[in-house]
Write a protein that binds this ligand. Structure first.
Ligand SMILES: Nc1nc2c(ncn2[C@@H]2O[C@@H]3COP(=O)(O)O[C@H]4[C@@H](O)[C@H](n5cnc6c(=O)[nH]c(N)nc65)O[C@@H]4COP(=O)(O)O[C@H]3[C@H]2O)c(=O)[nH]1
Length: 821
């Protein structure tokens, strides 16, 4: 229904107009007003869609109505329906916004005028709406663009900016007007401008958006922008403009690079690093770095997804693990030292630090980072240090430290249970000789093997310690009633005496053992050790391969021994050494045919000291070598002196020490002695003992042959007491065998000794070796030896060793010695 507001004073005219419209098929209604006020009111209240107005009214006029209508409702079509008003007025009214002008006489034109006015009004409204919409969208676009945090711009085909949003202005740090209408060449360095242009041309050519990252050097900074340039199609479908949107990715890129750097750093770190997701029930590893792979041998693929416990293997009962579990439970840092196992099963000590990774959103930490440190080497070093502090490196046995500790424990135990225990101090006899003759590595090997043997002699609770050099100590705490200390000592001696094979050579050694008992011989470790040491010295002094229990007087003896050792160094230069001679008599004619030179030490304070008290000392410290040379030279000179004095030539026998035998220049020394003295080599005899040869039999044989080649005689002393077989006897250039005093002692009372003495004589003779018996004290012994074909004899029965002058006196008296009957 078309609502019409009619400004008309004549109701009839109004009806006529309405009829005309209805006749044209329009459904309409109307409201008629005659005054301005009504007109104004009804425009507001009636909401007319069309205004038909008379030109002149009694209380109002059409032109005013037109003005009011334009003002209040410009969109409502306004048509004048009036009598004739003249052409000029009509044009004037149309100019002022009237849609048409109908003359009342010609109302038939009204419907078409109304239809056309309504259509135009409709068009106008539509147009207005479109304009508003466009304006709105323009406004929206601008607001949107101005508030866009990204830069946004539009350029024309030539690359001139036609739009730049606020972010672009900010980003370029230039006023808006300096951007609009400009090319990039005026805004950026040539290279960058060129790249931008190239990208834009590509965009236009391809007709699609492209993304590119550009670096923009600004006054105080360099920014990185991710640009999207896209072609903008105009209404005709042509790409005449280029749009661009850019976001500043400087910070993002920096963050990415920093993250990447951290990732690489973690990956490249030499320290194993791992990350665990502690919110999952299995707490799996979610990351391990390269160092982890290297240290554990597990690849990332093998490790990730598994709980760390695979690193403990079966070794799960580690108390330190609890520390890590607590740290994870309480979401706090933790530290533990764990035994971990590599993929190949080898152990490594892992010093593990764990710490929760703070949740970026402030929640419960989800991840734990673990930093491992392979401290196996440090651990091994510590263990090695501990071992070094407590164990002897060469033998792996306890050292003095650990021995003391064990002794302390043994003392406490013994006190508590009222027990006793023993300490055995063991020193290898003549160990220096092994070192000197075979070299230090052979000496070391001997010590090592000895250590093993000693260990094998003992029971579980006992300790073998090496104090250094060739000194061992046994702490014997596990003796029981069924085994006396004697048995243990015997076992040790038996074990040691078995030959060793060192560098392919057979070697036999003996040892001296000193024993001290707790609490009798000492109530603390130091005293016990020192007393066992004194006992050992005593055992050594009484000849090798011996053992002694500690006795109080030994300390005094030890002191004595030490001062003797000291004095001995001066004995030679102070001419305190002298030789005594003991005659050796031919049993066939009782004639003195030789004499044994026996050394004596005329100590200024202690008087005459027998050789057994100082020769072993001099052997220990090597002084025996110069002493031995002195003995040989003195004996040779004095013997030559006797011959020069006109006595029939006799032999002089000189004891050779094992150290001398091993002296490289021994043969040369003998030659020199013979040369200096002028003594016939046949008149010099060197006495060696069986045991001296045992260390190095092959070399000894070579040396003895060279001595024998000089014409010097050789005799084998102490025969029968050694451990070696007789088989090598044939190979030795020996002239004389000396039956040891120990056999002679009981030769007449003990059947065995008699048999041995007889066998020795028979054996020697079968090898064409002379036999001399030493230590003959009784006529019965003399008679036995005579009867059994012994060639020569020496002993107190005939003469004690005597000074040179007395020896000369014997010769002067005829040189015959008969056993006193
Ligand atoms: N009970 C008893 N003893 C008798 C009898 N006849 C001789 N003796 C002693 O027996 C020892 C014999 O010397 P040895 O077996 O070579 O034993 C010697 C020898 O091994 C060593 N010795 C002595 N002088 C030297 C020397 O110049 N150089 C070296 N290397 N050793 C020497 O000292 C050892 C002991 O020498 P000495 O005390 O002089 O003791 C000597 C001698 O005095 C006897 O009928 N009854």
């Amino acid at each position: 229904m078309l609502r019409i507001l009619m400004v008309e004073d004549s109701p009839t005219d109004a009806e006529l107009s309405l009829r005309e419209l209805k006749r044209a098929g329009m459904t309409c209604e109307f409201m008629r007003v005659e005054t301005e006020q009504d007109f104004r009111d009804q425009i507001q209240d009636y909401h007319p869609q069309l205004i038909l107005s008379d030109y002149s009214l009694p209380q109002f006029d059409g032109m005013s109505a037109l003005h009011i209508a334009r003002e209040l409702a410009p969109e409502i079509p306004f048509i004048f329906v009036s009598g004739t008003i003249g052409e000029e007025t009509a044009i004037h009214s149309l100019k002022n916004g009237a849609a048409d002008y109908i003359i009342k006489n010609n109302l038939s034109r009204l419907p078409s005028a109304v239809t056309s006015a309504l259509e135009r009004a409709e068009e106008k409204i539509m147009h207005k709406r479109m304009e508003r919409e466009l304006e709105n969208s323009n406004r929206l676009f601008r607001v949107f663009m101005q508030n866009l945090p990204a830069i946004a711009f539009i350029k024309d085909q030539q690359g001139q900016y036609i739009f730049a949003n606020a972010s672009t202005v900010d980003a370029l740090q230039l006023p808006h007007e300096q951007i609009i209408g400009k090319h990039d060449t005026l805004l950026f360095p040539p290279q960058l401008a060129q790249e931008m242009r190239a990208a834009e041309q590509q965009t236009l050519a391809q007709g699609e958006a492209i993304q590119h990252v550009r670096q923009f050097p600004l006054a105080d900074d360099v920014k990185l922008w991710l640009l999207t340039t896209f072609p903008v199609q105009d209404m005709d479908g042509n790409f005449n403009h280029i749009g661009g949107i850019g976001i500043d990715i400087t910070e993002q890129r920096k963050a990415e690079e920093a993250l990447l750097l951290r990732n690489h750093a973690i990956e490249a770190s030499a320290t194993p690093i791992l990350i665990v997701d502690v919110t999952q029930p299995a707490m799996p590893l979610i990351y391990v770095n390269r160092a982890f792979e290297l240290v554990t041998g597990y690849s990332s693929q093998e490790a990730v997804g598994r709980n760390c416990r695979f690193l403990q293997g079966h070794d799960r009962e580690q108390p330190e693990l609890e520390k890590i579990r607590t740290a994870i439970r309480e979401r706090c840092p933790g530290y533990a030292i764990l035994r971990n196992y590599r993929k190949d099963g080898s152990l490594f000590w892992n010093e593990l630090y764990v710490a929760p990774v703070p949740d970026p959103h402030g929640g419960e930490p989800r991840y734990f980072v673990g930093v491992q440190k392979d401290i196996t080497e440090i651990r091994q070093y510590q263990e090695a240090l501990e071992r070094q502090a407590n164990y002897d490196t060469l033998t792996g046995l306890a050292n003095r430290n650990l021995l003391k500790e064990r002794m302390q424990q043994a003392i406490s135990e013994a006190r508590r249970h009222n027990w006793t225990f023993s300490v055995a101090f063991i020193d290898i006899d003549n160990f220096k000789r092994v070192n000197d003759s075979m070299g230090h590595s052979a000496g070391d090997e001997l010590i090592r093997l000895l250590g093993q043997r000693l260990q094998s002699c003992l029971r579980d609770g006992d300790t073998v310690a090496r104090l250094g050099g060739d000194e061992f100590v046994l702490l014997l705490t596990s003796q029981s009633l069924d085994e006396s200390i004697h048995t243990v000592v015997q076992r040790i001696r038996n074990t040691i005496i078995n030959p060793f094979i060192i560098t392919g050579r057979q070697l036999t050694v003996t040892c001296s053992i000193g024993l001290a008992n707790f609490p009798h011989d000492g109530r603390n470790a130091d005293t016990l050790l020192s007393n066992a040491d004194s006992a050992m010295y005593q055992a050594k002094a009484s000849g090798s391969n011996n053992f002694r229990f500690y006795a109080k007087e030994m300390n005094a003896e030890l002191g004595h021994r030490l001062s003797l050792e000291n004095d001995l160094w001066h004995a030679l230069e102070n001419q305190q050494l002298v030789l005594h001679y003991q005659p050796q008599v031919c049993m066939r004619n009782s004639q003195i045919i030789g004499m044994e030179a026996l050394i004596r030490w005329q100590h200024p304070k202690l008087g005459m000291i027998p050789p057994l008290q100082f020769i072993p000392l001099s052997e220990d410290d090597g002084l025996i070598v110069p002493i031995g040379i002195w003995v040989m030279e003195t004996a040779a000179h004095q013997n030559r002196q006797l011959q020069l004095a006109g006595y029939p030539p006799i032999r002089v026998a000189v004891n050779l020490s094992v150290r001398q035998l091993e002296q490289k220049d021994l043969v040369h020394c003998i030659e020199k002695t013979l040369q200096h003295s002028g003594l016939d080599p046949q008149c010099l005899e060197l006495e060696i003992t069986e045991s001296m040869l045992m260390h190095n039999i092959e070399e000894s044989i070579i040396t003895l042959n060279r001595i024998s080649d000089l014409g010097v005689q050789l005799s084998l002393d102490d025969f029968g007491t050694g451990y070696s077989s007789l088989s090598y006897l044939k190979r030795l250039p020996i002239n004389r065998l000396k039956i040891d005093k120990s056999f002679i002692n009981d030769i007449t009372t003990t059947y065995n000794d008699a048999i041995i003495a007889r066998s020795i004589i028979a054996l020697a003779h079968s090898l064409e070796i002379q036999v001399i018996a030493e230590g003959v004290e009784s006529a019965d012994q003399y008679a036995f030896l005579l009867e059994n074909g012994c060639d020569e004899v020496q002993g107190y029965l005939l003469s004690r060793p005597r000074p040179f002058e007395e020896m000369e006196a014997l010769l002067r008296d005829g040189g015959r010695l008969l056993p006193a009957s």
